[in-house]
Design a binder for this molecule. Sequence first.
Ligand code: GTP
Length: 374
Amino acid sequence: MTVDQVGIANLPNQRFKIVSKEGATFTLMVAGESGLGKSTFVNTLFQSTLKTPVDNKARYKRGIHATVEIEVTRAELEERNFKIRLNIIDTPGFGDNVNNKDSWQPIVDFIDDQHDSMMKQEQQPARGDKKDLRVHACLYFIRPTGHSLKPLDIEVMKKLGTRCNLIPIIAKADTLAQKEMNEFKSRIRQVIEAQDIRIYTPPIELDDQASSDHAKSLIESMPFSVIGSGEDEIEVAPGQFVKGRQYPWGIAEVENEDHCDFKKLRSLLLRTNMLDLILSTQELHYESYRTLKLESAETGSKRSRRLHNPKFKEEEEALKKYFTEQVKAEELRFKQWEQNIVTERHRLNKDLEEVQATIKDLEEQVKRIQLGKK
Ligand code: GTP
């Protein structure tokens, strides 16, 4: 498959050298609720039928749940003799079940497993060709409700954002008016910030002003709104075709920037930021995973070493003895204190009885005096 302007050839020289030796592997994941147009979007992005989308009506009529397990599709892009091995990971849509955790947990596990597999391969003595399916970008599809993010979205996005470059997407942009879309975007941005969800942000400190400005405009448009279309293009004028969705009121065009952010997203993924996505996966997400894994392995092995070392065993016994004695001493102190309270109460009761007897005496004396007076 050949796609014009894939982008690697446009990269700054230094970074270009890093990848040009062996070409590049780029892994893109799509995730989100079912029926939001993930498969359709993949086909629109690569201008080819890589995935077979299932029509909503058909799926409900026939009980079809389009993507039922994690599917990996491989393709090769080529630009001026430069090859990109492309992996597209389509995930089952979720949100239909009572317990949705069952449907999104495998997605999170899949990302972790790829980091894990890379760690294991790096530990092998012969570090030849590696099988690398680490996710460089995960497009998270948000339902175009016009309200805000759902608790389920927040939960899943939090998990994904700490594991890979998460790019939130508003699906089916043709179903919202421009004003509704702007308000929806701003509410989503607020929730992302308030909930501390980590999303991918293109770097803006770049060598030239034009690239910096482009990166800023990408950030301002996030979360990107997209429209997915079928393979057939629509003829808008004799001999002039566009990708889009035809409605009685007009055409929602995929590549029209007034209709959605498809072009910006395609540029980010396949041109300006592909290498940054690849490198940040290695330098940020993979390294964090590796450090965490090594640290927990270290803590685990230290604990087990301590448990099996006779010297630590003696120390542990001595500590146990010390604490048992401390507890016993405290118990004794508490018992004595309790005893003191009992004794004191006895004394107070006695005093009270004496006072009551004196009062009784005095009352009788008063009575006698009063009788004597009469
Ligand atoms: P799962 O595999 O179940 O997760 O579904 P999916 O997210 O892959 O959705 P799919 O691509 O199968 O599309 C579902 C339906 O939505 C199809 O009928 C598509 O034609 C339709 N669809 C896809 N993209 C758009 C869009 O941008 N706008 C509108 N209005 N409909 C769309």
